[in-house]
Design a protein around this ligand. Sequence first.
Ligand code: F0G
Length: 433
Amino acid sequence: MPSELICFEPACRARYAITEVLYNCPKCGGLLEAALSPPEQDPVALKRLFRARRMCNFPLDQSGVWRYRELLPFEDALDYVVTLREGNTPLLEAPKAAEYGGLKKLAFKHQGFNPTGSFKDNGMTCGATQAMRLKMKRVACVSTGNTSASMAAYASAAGLQPIIFIPHGNISYGKLAQALEYGARTLQVEANFDQILALVRVLAEKLGIYLLNSINPFRIEGQKSIMFELMDQRDWNPPDWIVLPGGNLGNVSAFGKALRELKEFGFIGRLPRLAVIQAEGASPFADFAASDHTRFVPVPNPETLATAIRIGDPVSWPKAWREVSASNGVAAKVSEQEIADAKAIIGLCGIGCEPASAATLAGIRKLTAEGVLDRDADVVAVLTGHLLKDPDYIYRYHTGQLAAPGGAPIRSTYGNRPEVVPNDPERIAALLG
Ligand code: F0G
């Protein structure tokens, strides 16, 4: 049976053709997701095929997303694929970070190795492909920076016009620079992410522009491949825990869906538990998880230096909650200081990441201290963005100039100041000893 769109709401479950331009269910307003039939080939044969494709020069096989195309809703649409050879990101052991996090061992799945430096590329290749399949001309998104960088690249690669909306003054220059260089029409709106998303939804409808935020179910489908590739890299042995940062909560929705599908289709025997980590100033999901689950309360003015996850009213929270519950997972929040120090430790592993990604290690440290995570647990943390996305933050941290949104200074616990020296070999030699 061909893939379809299906309403996420259990009481509705209305179905729509995969080629309808929809972001919410027209009947009940619920979120939509792609419904896939089990692949025709058995898991053993497919695992072998996925592995063999890594040796091929065919563009779709070289992509760490399209290599797993039997698990994506694009059966009859492969001619439309827009790929920059995304995915193919490494799984890196990090002993120093493991020790800091209170674990015996820890591996990072580093999505910063993607073409535009974040996990958004895994989703955007599918979003842009769907835009081509639907014969769209213009695509739009609101973004805290990474989605816009990614969308700009994929749209321009495909010959679509990218239009991005960003919160004025609240995204890192690295990300803004990418959008400009990739040719996006860039509108800096004087509002926060949540307010701009409402605005963009109205404009997309009115102007017939295709919306590529993670409310778009095809973005979520693409991000599933992060889990496919991770399991492939681990020879299909699931870890005990997968830890990731949470903002608009698209990624946790994608990971959960991917893992459930892998289990349902017979690729893995059990589900890893999901741990979603948020920044204290933007933590509606962690607060919801800690509540009696009767009401989701958005944060009206979210604040964090990890600007990628500065989101107070995450659209995908119902999907995210389903996935966290289905995996017997958890959600937690960490402070600005904890994020900053964890980030420096990830740097000291020779790995590095942007601030939002470091929430993972800060969360792991907290969850092991609380006894939620076992010291012996097999844990993979997903680093979502590249270190160079936000160099300003790094310079400030290492030189003792970083301050939390309210102005409170952040200690440069693992600071590494550059030193100014004279052009004098004797004195430099004396300094280096
Ligand atoms: N980490 C990074 C580096 C991000 O850019 C984002 C989201 C997240 C984590 C959170 O992922 O939203 O799926 O829970 N960035 C979006 C953007 C919102 O516009 O680039 P999520």
